[in-house]
Design a protein around this ligand. Structure first.
Ligand code: ZN
Ligand code: ZN
Length: 266
């Protein structure tokens, strides 16, 4: 791995390590590019659980700028953010990107708003039977279509619920996966192989294993030329890049995925 654009830090409240600790660790481990992409706030308080506070945003942005300058001879640092796509917030993403306050966003669709009014949290609301996975897939693809996002983070994560409950994917999940794959081919979207699920083991009906990547999803992607990139989704400096990511890379290559090592961020 030479670049990692998916890392968190203390500002979201559930990750350990300062921005500088992640930066120093990335240099030690030999990364050439590092994007800080903590859970990014919206400019109002309702949805701000598990993400940095809006009032801390300027401190976060200043601190990443400081890292860019301080370590510029050792590593290329980017200011990023992991955020959901909500259609009402177009101006918000645009303002941050156009002003260069952030270099990129990655789309981490932890919740979505099917009608622009009600919010569906995929961790909470998708625990029911027959979660609306096609709605979710559409919300991700609508987000990617805007051009605000560098890539789609953990695109396979929601399909995990079905695997946990029944041990196999429903036909509706397969339809949603096929839709996401087709749209990604058509529009040249980049999909992330998320390192978060590869850093741990969980009990499934087929035994102990890494919870994701969800194999079926990536087998479908492997039939195409979609660009895939590994993002470590580090919530601790040690996870910024470690041997689990090398294993994930091996696995991706052996599946025939079109793995890219870095992306152009302007
Ligand atoms: Zn997180
Ligand atoms: Zn995420």
């Amino acid at each position: 791995m030479i670049a990692n654009y998916h890392t968190h830090n203390v500002y979201c409240g559930h990750a350990e390590g300062t921005i500088e600790e992640y930066t120093v660790k990335a240099i030690e481990r030999g990364l050439l590019e590092l994007g800080h992409s903590d859970h990014f706030p919206f400019c109002f308080d309702v949805l701000n659980d598990g993400r940095m506070k809006y009032e801390d945003l300027h401190i976060y942005l200043d601190e990443v700028e400081r890292m860019k300058e301080k370590y510029k001879d050792k590593i290329k640092v980017f200011t990023g953010g992991e955020i959901e796509y909500l259609s009402d917030f177009g101006k918000y993403y645009e303002r941050l990107l156009n002003s260069k306050a952030v270099d990129y966003f990655i789309l981490g669709q932890h919740f979505y708003s099917p009608d622009g009014f009600k919010y569906v949290n995929v961790y909470v609301d998708f625990k029911n039977d027959n979660p609306p996975v096609m709605d979710y897939a559409k919300s991700c693809m609508d987000g990617m279509k805007t051009g605000y996002f560098l890539y789609l983070a953990h695109p396979d994560l929601i399909f995990l619920n079905d695997l946990v409950k029944g041990g196999k994917l429903s036909d509706e999940c397969k339809r949603a996966i096929s839709y996401m794959v087709d749209e990604s081919v058509k529009n040249d979207y980049v999909l992330e192989l998320n390192g978060g699920g590869y850093n741990c083991l969980e009990e499934f009906s087929d035994g102990m294993r890494h919870p994701y990547p969800v194999r079926y999803f990536w087998e479908e992607v492997a039939k195409t030329n979609i660009r895939c990139i590994i993002g470590s989704d580090a919530h601790h400096p040690d996870a910024v890049y470690n041997k689990s990511h090398d294993e994930l890379k091996e696995k991706a290559l052996s599946m025939g995925l079109n793995l890219v090592e870095r992306l152009d961020i302007d």
